[in-house]
Ligand binder design. Sequence first.
Ligand SMILES: [Zn+2]
Length: 468
Amino acid sequence: MLRSQRSVSSSCLFLLLLAATAHPQQHPIALKGTLVTPDDVIPDGTVLIEHGIIREVGAHIVLPANTIIANTGGIIAPGLVDLHNHLTWNIFPRWKPTQEFGSRYDWQAKPVYNLLMSAPHTALVNEGLECDAERYAEVKAITEGETSVVGGSTNHPECNRGLARNLDDPAELSAIPGVSSVEHGPILYNVFPLQMTESEFADARSALDAQGALLIHLAEGAPNDASAAREFTMLKGRGLFRPGVSLIHAVALKPENFAEMKDANVGFIWSPRSNIELYGGTANLPAALESGVTIALAPDWSPTGSDGLIGELQYAAAWNAAQGSQPLKPPLTDRQLVDMATVSAAHLVHLDGLLGRLEKNHAADILVVRPHSRRPKGDAWWSLDHASPEDVELVIIAGEPVYGDPAPMQQLAGGAPLESLTICGAEKRISFASEPQPQPSFAETEARLQTALREWGRNLAPLAECAQ
Ligand SMILES: [Zn+2]
């Protein structure tokens, strides 16, 4: 059972019920296209979705009589699972520091960081705009193919309701279809694990005892930064080097550290773009691969990382290809990269029985992307890790179409009101039916954030960085 359910308050339960019943899936939905299953790519396959669950996946399946069939012509994959983000900061445009830093403690102490990021963020939260920022960030995540996120609003969990799944929010975790069938504790997310209070440590230990997970930032700095490397020793001294823990960044770790992580069943969450932009290098990925540690990929935040996992997959694929320009071959396959954003990420939070796989009885969290024009349709993994945000055809969360191209959204959304977005010149539609109602329009949310940011001489970041 889901042990964290005991702590869900009655108001949370009400919100959950509201979210679950706002627009229940009326008919079974069948998506036809190229399927990326755990074992293979099925060129002309079908996924049958009913009551928020994947009922069947395969080349030849029998559909109930009232099924709505969508011929997507696309690549149908599990929704992307993001285990490293700082969502409310994704309202800020790209931050381009004029220097590389030694560690995160360097840039966080700079006046320019306070001026451009930290002070305006605090002011917007204090003004009551945290839910607007969270909403904007979750829309951004969904346009990047993400169906599950972490690092959302902690002071006001009501801001997290609807849109993407906030896995580190107990109410949203307990709303995953089928979650009551697995034993699972809370998922905790911590940016500064070495300054946790004793009570936070106690919570972390009890979450891990209860089959939960702890995702912590560690060793974030340049690959040769001694202070960042020291954090690894400090963490072990605190008794948190144990299964269920995953280390975000791990840039300064040595090959023997990854081997120790593998032995202790500790995971690794890799964020190459933000690492390279801030520190000039990223984690020793070949050593991590050699160790056999489970690796997830995640975008960090959009100011120095990617807008989301579509962008981070593209960045990681380019990084991978660039390693091959030396006398070495690229260390990763396209399939490994896609696994890092789906099944491996789900595995690190003990949810791979429910998320991250296009598989029967999993939650119907699904991403459909257009096949890449430079590759044959069957080369599905390559298309997924080279997709751009305008290539996202459809995103489904718990069986509900949330975002995508106008045609499939109008066909599948069951009459739910849709708002228009333009992503890199492509017309898209989005549904806010999963949020507690009523809500302002998305244009109003954007306008409120833009007005507040202008007081700081800043602009609201675009939803997507587009090819020029
Ligand atoms: Zn981070």
